[in-house]
Ligand binder design. Structure first.
Ligand code: NAP
Length: 485
């Protein structure tokens, strides 16, 4: 399909109780192409009443979702996995149009997103339990797992499809009904995804979608109503903390995938080719707009000049442009606010003594473009050491000692992921164990995999998504004490 056709094919309404409906009062909001600022289409702008209607629909559907046999849940996810692959070209184009990432990356995300469904289809039929004899011998303990109940799922704009399947996959596999709210910048991928899940046979109300511009106004009453038993959120630490407070009132189960501030450490014994390639993935995937993006790059002082030259050469060779164009490696940032933030962080670093080796500025034109940038000599108190850059900027800082770099790497309130490049086995284990992060990429610039437990410590979040434990986030453990004598 061409651009107009893929946009036209997506439903633009709310999906509540198995029906597409307009928002109360008929309000809509515009979705933009970040490559040129043009309006792609308008989608329904839900009111708080619409949010509660979606919540009620999930509650109503919960018994039917829980009653699906594990095989039936697996079949829905498997069918949706197949449909995602069959439609990958159109879905990738849709994602590129609303989010900006180059088509090849969008295809990669659809494939990654679909893999969560394949993984959780397999997990649905493996939910286990236990059987124990009480120490006194008079009882048996039957340990069983049940769906946690209706869920609220909230996703960000940077991975518009994968952040959805990472939650919907385990929710469906566990037998939970849900209301999902995508980010207003990128609602189309989620609307298309829910259309696919419906086609795959999900029961009415099993997934409901709310698109809106007043996230707090719509979501807070849903949380405070107590109708949901679980909130799974991916987004900023700031919003995550607000939601945790709201969830406290009715003691909702929570999963929080929040912000990151990843250190990327290159030791003097590392394979430099591998480290350069690793940094390009860890830094430039998704234009740097990833929670896993390398944010602080620490390079041993003996190799930093060589490493800096190689990174700058590679970065300056990247083609920036609209993600739909052939040969483009780097798309636009999501909006003007993102460009303003990256500009502020680069300007601040430069004002504190950093040098720009390549890039360093916005690109003239209609879209939200920022040039791939390498900075050296970044001062410790530069704001980009403390904040997520969320853009294509690589700040390099030298270090001398192993202890010194571990201290610098851990000096953040975040704890999502760290990257280490070294060929010394003992050092690799020592440093990986010393890093206060939920995940470590060891000689690897990529750690996101549906088959591994993804998540952070400290202010990067609570819980894990993916892996064999990902489904547990959507299950309650119950023990039945059976008296036998
Ligand atoms: P955000 O501002 O926190 O928004 C995330 C989602 O939450 C959006 O759908 C947003 O809708 C919604 N939201 C905002 N305020 C809300 C409220 N009071 N109640 C309910 N929902 C609310 O984050 P973002 O800027 O879109 O996304 C980037 C952030 O996500 C970064 O910090 C990144 O590190 C993090 N992230 C983390 C992971 C991970 O797995 N750890 C993965 C991807 C991204 P509105 O836009 O309408 O406010």
């Amino acid at each position: 399909m061409d651009e107009t056709a893929v946009i036209d094919a997506v439903p633009k309404q709310l999906f509540v109780g198995g029906s597409w409906t307009d928002a109360t009062g008929g309000a809509t909001f515009d979705v933009h192409d970040p490559a040129n600022g043009s309006v792609l289409c308008s989608v329904a702008d839900a009111t708080p009443e619409d949010g509660m209607a979606a919540m009620q629909a999930a509650v109503k559907s919960q018994p039917a979702m829980a009653a699906l046999t594990p095989r039936e849940r697996a079949d829905v996810l498997t069918k949706a996995f197949q449909l995602l692959h069959e439609r990958i070209d159109d879905l990738a184009l849709l994602m590129t149009l609303e989010m900006g990432k180059p088509l090849a990356e969008a295809r990669g995300e659809i494939s990654y997103a679909a893999e969560f469904f394949r993984h959780f289809a397999a997990e649905a039929v493996r939910i286990d339990g236990g059987y124990q004899t009480a120490p006194a011998g008079n009882q048996r303990f039957l340990i069983t797992k049940q769906p946690v109940g209706p869920c609220i799922l909230i996703t960000p704009w940077n991975f518009p499809m994968a952040m959805g399947t990472r939650k919907l996959g385990p929710a469906i596999a566990a037998g939970c009904a849900s209301v999902i709210k995508p980010a207003p910048q990128t609602p189309l991928s989620m609307l298309a995804l829910v259309d696919i899940l419906t086609e795959a046979g999900l029961p009415e109300g099993g997934v409901n979608v709310i698109t809106c511009t007043d996230a707090n106004g719509v979501i807070e009453p849903m949380i405070r109503s107590g109708l949901a038993r679980k909130l799974s959120f991916t987004g900023s630490t700031k919003v995550g903390k607000i939601l945790l407070e709201q969830c406290a009132e009715k003691v909702l189960r929570t999963s929080m995938e929040l912000g990151g501030n990843a250190p990327f450490i290159v030791f003097e014994d590392a394979d430099l080719d591998e480290a350069v390639a690793g940094l390009m993935v860890a830094k430039m995937r998704n234009m740097g707009e990833a929670c896993t993006a390398a944010n602080r790059i620490y390079v041993h002082e003996s190799i930093i000049d060589e490493f800096g030259r190689r990174i700058a050469d590679t970065m300056s060779g990247l083609t920036v442009g609209r993600g739909t164009q052939e040969g483009v490696n780097v798309g636009p940032l999501i909006d003007q606010a993102a460009v303003d933030k990256v500009t502020r962080l680069v300007d601040d670093a430069v004002s504190k003594g950093a040098s720009v080796i390549t890039g360093g500025s916005t690109i003239d034109g209609d879209g939200y473009f920022f040039s791939p940038t390498v900075l050296t000599g970044v001062a410790k108190d530069a704001a980009l050491n403390a904040e997520e850059i969320f853009g294509p900027v690589a700040p390099l800082t030298p270090f001398r000692e192993e202890d010194e770099v571990i201290t610098m790497a851990n000096s953040t309130r975040y704890g999502l992921v760290g990257y280490v490049f070294t060929n010394d086995l003992r050092r690799a284990i020592r440093v990986s164990e010393s890093l206060e992060f939920g995940m470590v990429g060891l000689n690897s610039g990529l750690v996101s995999n549906p088959y591994a437990p993804f998540g952070g410590v400290k202010e990067s979040g609570l819980g894990r998504e993916g892996g064999s434990i990902g489904i547990d986030e959507f299950l309650e453990t119950k023990y039945i004490g059976i008296t036998v004598s």
